[in-house]
Design a binder for this molecule. Sequence first.
Ligand SMILES: NC(=O)c1ccc[n+]([C@@H]2O[C@H](COP(=O)([O-])OP(=O)(O)OC[C@H]3O[C@@H](n4cnc5c(N)ncnc54)[C@H](O)[C@@H]3O)[C@@H](O)[C@H]2O)c1
Length: 420
Amino acid sequence: MLSYDIKDISLADAGRKRIEWADRDMPVLALIRKRFEEEKPLEGVRIAACLHVTTETANLMRTLVAGGAEVVLCASNPLSTQDDTAAALVKHYGVSVHAICGEDTETYYKHIDSAIDIKPQVTMDDGADLVSRIHSSRREFLEDIIGGMEETTTGVIRMAAMAADGELNYPVINVNDANTKHFFDNRYGTGQSTLDGVVRATNRLLAGRTLVVSGYGWCGRGLALRASGMGMKVIICEVDPLRALEAHMEGYRVMPAAEAAKECDVWITVTGDINVIDKPAFENMKSGAIICNSGHFNAEINIPYLEENCVSKEELKPLVVEYTMADGRKIILLAEGRLVNLSCAEGHPAEVMDMSFANQALCTEYIVKHAAELGPGCFDVPKEIDDGIAKLKLEALGVKIDTLTPEQEKYLTSWQMGTV
Ligand SMILES: NC(=O)c1ccc[n+]([C@@H]2O[C@H](COP(=O)([O-])OP(=O)(O)OC[C@H]3O[C@@H](n4cnc5c(N)ncnc54)[C@H](O)[C@@H]3O)[C@@H](O)[C@H]2O)c1
């Protein structure tokens, strides 16, 4: 039975056009959808999904419905919902949606609760708010759940912590850790869409400006790569010695946050950590600095510090707020410190989400078949799924590669032959 709490159902037709536009760049997911339509591997399965409500997610939801599932979708971030997409999902694609862009924290959790009300057998999470909600305050729903999937690094970390505490009651597949997910989505997707968010919010020229990136993981690497390609001078702040060394060898300057603050024109955090931009950095920060976050939660920038230590604040335009500090310096915060690529832009391009969501669709099918064998805990995406998606994506892109000859296969699996 369809249920929904969305901004405006009359946006549905505009949403459908954008969903179809995204679909053009999601050939792997389209192939899976076609097979799901024929085979119905998810017949009657109830799925609660807590994901960014974007056009790409809509194409994943269509795929699950094609497979026979009953799906309810809520947002994994209060600012990332595309209201036209939400409307189209309800009106045109038979998906229950509980998500409104700009919803407050109370509504955000109310919408998660509405998704849980479906009595899900499978959960699909991006950041683990759905799974942690079920395990903390909605435990009566645990008995129906056979398994789930987690989409992002922060969620994978939270799931691992739950499993280590013996608190995770069912198997969760770490979709984030598939090679066809984080190599591409986290790196190239975040790299491009985060800069897109900064540009759409500020319309500033990036060339010649200094960008500080906190966190040189998969997202940070992509961001630094794309920003330097656009002429930015990139400084990396890292806490992991190996990754700091890697950034140094790539040619970026590496330094502590408090030092980087003196030079930054733009600062983007992508760590998954808390208070990464904190008092020491704020005290040194160059006037006019634009700060934002592309890590999962709005905890990476110590916004309470800004609120408590500014003398005034002004909204320059939606999602762009300027804080004036006691000494007259201006600090400009984008998107309330929430994911800037999804709040100020449209999130990752469909082309990368094609692979991330192909993983989600195929892992849903896998968990429905294999949950009982797995038992509670965190699991990798099966290699055959990951490799299969890479092959299909290459085919869809028209990229051909060589294959090993029998001689090469033998050579690569033997030890007898050395110098020739
Ligand atoms: N914006 C998006 O659309 C998007 C997409 C994918 C992932 N994410 C999120 O982005 C974040 C990073 O993901 P990732 O895959 O790059 O993770 P990752 O684990 O590969 O990298 C995170 C890096 O941050 C570093 N770090 C941790 N604390 C730090 C600190 N205080 N200062 C400096 N560096 C610090 C870690 O050492 C690590 O190298 C996560 O929250 C993830 O969920 C966002």
